[in-house]
Design a protein around this ligand. Sequence first.
Ligand SMILES: [Zn+2]
Length: 403
Amino acid sequence: MNINENEIAKLVTQVLQEMTGGAANTSYSAPSSGGAIPKTAKVAMMTKLKHFEIQEYPIPEVGDDDILVKVEGCGVCGTDAHEYKNDPFSLIPVVLGHEGTGEIVKMGKNVKVDSAGKPLKIGDKVVTCMIFKDNPDITMFDLNKQNVGGADVYGLLPDDNVHLNGWYSDYIFIRGGSTVFNVSDLDLDSRILIEPCAVLVHAVERAKLTNILRFNSRVVVQGCGPIGLICIAVLRTMGIENIVAVDGNEQRLAFAKRMGADNTVNFMNHKGIDALTEAVKDAFGGYLCDFAFQCTGSPAAHSNIYHFIRNGGGLCELGFFINGGDATINPHFDLCSKEITLVGSWVYTLRDYATTFDFLKRAIAIGLPIKELITHRFKLEEMNEALETNLAQKGLKIAYIAP
Ligand SMILES: [Zn+2]
């Protein structure tokens, strides 16, 4: 019998796991994808605006608290598109990609559980969330939740001597102190969708704070890009069914219906805000909505949405991840006299991230076509094309998929 080194490592890991009840105290490596861990890893480094370059770097020594992950895939986010076009966060040179997932191929002896306390072992599929370098006391169980704003995130880190800092790579180096979750029970497509879905789980949590969102609520979701479509899915998994989707693209509106919108309104077919408001009302059988989610980055869309909401209704604005300019509203008519409760939402908390794993399972279980959001798949060498596809607003979710 000819047992190779990897197989021995696997056996050792297995035996140790049995002895320790799941938490393997080992730094043996055993990539299930076959072959030993290479000495170097490739990254798609963005070296200037609109330009990725494949670069190769040595894989650093895995320390006692570190995890080396073989990347399986990563979504392209609107944030990546902004970075690619304008570098608003001044990160160049940078390895982008924060919606990534992969398999643990090596880990330090101190790594035993993930950020939720679930055992971690070689071969497990993981995602990363925030890195609280300066604030190690924040956990997902912290009720004084802090959203990701201000924390570091893999895929939005400036380059350093490790280089393997983003998911647009074939290996990523997860340092001690990072949050990491074991999501081995989700398939690759679902894992790629975790990060954008967490944005909506958070937005709906924010919306719930208004106490206006209920089972029978009439809800407008304005904007049917991936964010708006996932918003509809989250509402559906909560049992909210009276949803009207508003967008200017028939294809996206058709997808919104499949995702669970009861009715749709194409704003291109209605001239002026009064006509558009009437169309939204008609879509609800003659009523304004109780609650609205604004999921576009358009200031005009923010101004319009107040008109669709009844007196005493609520609004969650989540479309402006970056500065999209000023929007005009009339505080008297839009907010005060109608007594609208308005909440803003931005990214997510660690707790939302963990909630998202269950959301994805529920969405799939009730037959929502959530995985069909991934419409385009590219190789690492094709990241320029992937980002151009995103900028051209072709398809919905663009993803890098490792070979
Ligand atoms: Zn993202």
